[in-house]
Design a protein around this ligand. Structure first.
Ligand code: ZN
Length: 363
């Protein structure tokens, strides 16, 4: 299996499946289809040039394994995989063509075995750009259903990610009244209005100020990422826009968190949501989670930790449909960086973990 995983991963890395490269996005989905084509149920979609492919071993799968086959862009040489000792270097080695290779091999092995556990596999090609045409769309359309999702796209060293922060990105636009910078009393400064709204939000008590002394920073956060407005030093600006990134934890939901933020926006300013996602929380006694924990322990010889993830993952789209999930990564590093790598030995372990998990949870 080690050799097969390595070969599959090498093939995947060589496909330059980056945003906008429609030919290669199709090619990588075709490549995955080759592993899945004999599954009892197989579906494929294309939306805005992004391909998704789904294979199920049973009509009513209970667990779905989820992978994305797209990667962030890199120098050309990173699309030529290299192995040094146990480490495979290349774009997507860890995020997440390594785990994809494991899932493709597992899918093919299960399909060929003739066994029919209630498991499905989903591969998309737009996670790095927000999953709008992949996981999000498929779940909203009810194309995918399951009781539990396994997403090997986060965490580290086999620890199990069981919680994720919610996210709300929005834009606030303010209008003012332009006048000459020497006669400010005749105008209204739109940039100052924006800054006041931001200050009111930031100091409302919703967001602990850093340093917060909370070790894991499991609290709401706010970031003013972009501020645009005005046109000249000696003019009072009559327009301004700010783009704000907030992350939040339960018990807030997108709806209640948005309502709190809206209370700081006066009626003459505009508030526009850019994107959002619910916070994720898998109960620690979820039976699938416990099966995964046991499988990890059996394979790596130690108890995996339960950890939390600050960044948003595809898990949020599953959570919105009431489907709990677990996220875990093998050993590797430098995601999105120059020397992205994964340990081949740990990919073999990931394979063994998933194989056991399917047997325990669905056997
Ligand atoms: Zn903090």
């Amino acid at each position: 299996m080690k050799e097969k995983i390595k070969e599959t991963l090498f093939e995947l890395i060589r496909i330059k499946s980056v945003d906008g490269n429609f030919e290669e996005l199709k090619k990588v989905a075709d490549f995955a289809e080759g592993y899945l084509k004999n599954a009892p149920v197989i579906k494929r979609w294309e939306r805005n040039g992004k391909h998704s492919i789904y294979a199920s071993l049973s009509e009513f799968p209970r667990v779905v394994f989820v992978g994305h086959l797209d990667v962030v862009d890199a120098e050309d040489k990173q699309f030529n995989p290299v192995i040094e000792g146990d480490s495979i270097y290349g774009r997507g080695a860890l995020d997440m063509k390594g785990p994809d290779a494991v899932m493709l091999e597992l899918a093919r092995t299960l399909i060929d075995s003739g066994k029919r556990p209630a498991v499905a596999f989903l591969f998309t090609t737009d996670e790095e750009v927000g999953s709008e045409d992949g996981v999000e769309w498929l779940l909203k359309k009810d194309e995918i259903n399951a009781e539990f999702a396994v997403i090997p796209d986060g965490g580290e060293n086999f620890n199990l990610v069981v919680a994720g922060k919610g996210v709300l990105h929005f834009k606030v636009s303010c209008r003012g009244k332009a006048t000459h910078g020497s006669r400010v009393w005749e105008g209204e400064n739109a940039i100052e209005k924006c800054i006041k709204i931001y200050g009111d939000m930031k100091h409302s008590g919703l967001f602990p100020q850093e340093p917060c002394n909370v070790e894991d920073h499991w609290h709401n956060t706010i970031n003013l990422g972009k501020l645009v407005g005005g046109d000249s030093v000696n003019r009072v600006p009559d327009h301004a826009e700010m783009y704000i990134d907030t992350r939040f934890v339960k018990p807030y939901t997108v709806k209640t968190f948005k309502e709190r933020l809206l209370s700081f926006v006066p009626s003459d300013a505009e508030f526009e949501v850019i994107s959002y996602g619910e916070p994720v929380e898998t109960p620690l006694d979820n039976p699938y989670l416990l099966s995964m924990k046991e499988s990890v322990r059996e394979v790596i010889g130690r108890e995996p930790g339960f950890v939390k993830e600050h960044g948003a993952t595809d898990a949020r789209f599953f959570e919105e449909k009431g489907i709990h999930s677990v996220i875990l990564y093998p050993v590797g590093g430098n995601i999105h960086g120059k020397d992205e790598w994964v340990s081949l030995d740990s990919l073999v372990k990931l394979y063994n973990i998933f194989e056991r998990f399917v047997e325990k949870a669905l056997g």
